[in-house]
Design a protein around this ligand. Structure first.
Ligand code: PBG
Length: 323
């Protein structure tokens, strides 16, 4: 036999020498949840090990993550039901918990990267990512709300916004609004290919943001579609995105690879809440080795082509202190 692939697998050193992909904590972005109040943290029952923090405790949490080498974070707010309305006005009110958090985090940790979320759903009494009228999700009417939100976040110190709403044209609209307001340095990580997925359930528990009626299929993509992802990618790229994101990650590795081949922009992938919950639940039952399953899943996302991995596993990974 001329070729014996097993020769390159015969020792740990050789295996490591021919290893094509290696995970680093630098690949990862850690999603965090902030809520109003003081000195409180609540575990999200469908996401073991993940908490909502009040801002004071969140700052301490970020500090401990930074010590572990985590350099980038994504932040989401849980807004009390009493502050939600159909126009998501809380999202751009001065001094709201979200912009206050952005301000404090940016001041205290100027060296980190913080992705700030632009979407109506945490603040919407309808639980949708756009303005609802007669059961329809309005597209163009939603764009100015998103722009107000993005500018409020930029004013608070955000350097990277993440439109996660899937309205048409929002990347270009936000790019122009930011530029006109003097924030041409603020980047956009676009949620470019976001599927209408069953894997967002635990996240909606964390924010109490589930849609009050219907589903998100008129704006999020059909899981059956692959070529359509290229349309979304071309549009976001033309409209000025700095990163393209695929979400969820594990059930869409082919889409990550597709975007990687078809764009020169950095590709991000969101290893979403349900994907995290599945590994945790099986591990708690003793059905799989949770740590190994975590490492293998994260590696598969990197191998598929993601340069940035948003994952609830980031801290647990960092704690392993692998190189
Ligand atoms: C909504 C948003 C969602 C997530 C991030 N932003 C859920 C949704 O579209 O309903 C999900 C993230 C996760 O599940 O971890 N703007």
């Amino acid at each position: 036999m001329l070729q014996r692939p097993r020769r390159n697998r015969q020792s740990a050193v050789i295996r490591s020498m021919v290893e094509e992909n290696r995970l680093s904590v630098k690949d990862m972005m850690f999603p965090l949840f902030v809520m109003e109040g003081q000195n409180t943290q609540t575990e999200i029952s469908s996401m073991p090990g993940i908490y909502r923090f009040t801002l004071d405790l969140l700052l301490a949490e970020i500090e401990s993550c930074v010590k572990l080498g985590i350099q980038s974070f994504a932040l989401f707010p849980q807004i009390p039901e009493s502050k939600k309305d159909s126009m998501a006005t809380e999202s751009y009110k001065k001094g709201n918990i979200y912009t206050e958090s952005i301000y404090e985090i940016s001041k205290r940790f100027p060296e980190i990267s913080l992705l700030t979320d632009v979407a109506m759903d945490p603040y919407s009494s309808d639980g949708h990512d756009g303005i609802v009228k007669d059961g329809q999700i309005l597209n163009d009417e939603t764009l100015p709300v998103l722009a107000k939100m993005a500018i409020a976040q930029a004013q608070a110190g955000s350097k990277l916004i993440g439109p996660s709403d899937m309205m048409d044209g929002r990347v270009g609209y936000l790019r122009q609004a930011l530029d006109e307001a003097g924030y041409s340095q603020v980047g956009i990580m676009a949620y470019t290919v976001k599927y209408a997925s069953a894997f967002y359930g635990p996240f909606r528990d964390a924010l109490e943001s589930a849609p009050k009626f219907g589903d998100k299929k008129t704006y999020q993509m059909n899981p059956a579609n692959r070529r359509e992802a290229l349309i979304e990618a071309e549009l976001d790229e033309m409209e000025g995105a700095d990163f393209l994101m695929v979400k969820p990650a594990l059930a869409y590795l082919d889409i990550i690879a597709l975007l990687k081949e078809n764009s020169h922009l950095p590709i991000a992938a969101y290893n979403v809440s349900g994907e995290y919950a599945m590994v945790k639940a099986a591990a708690q039952n003793g059905w799989i080795d949770g740590e190994k399953a975590m490492l293998e899943s994260l590696l598969s996302i990197k191998r598929a082509g993601a340069q940035v991995i948003l994952t609830y596993f980031a801290k647990e990974f960092a704690q392993l202190k692998l190189a």
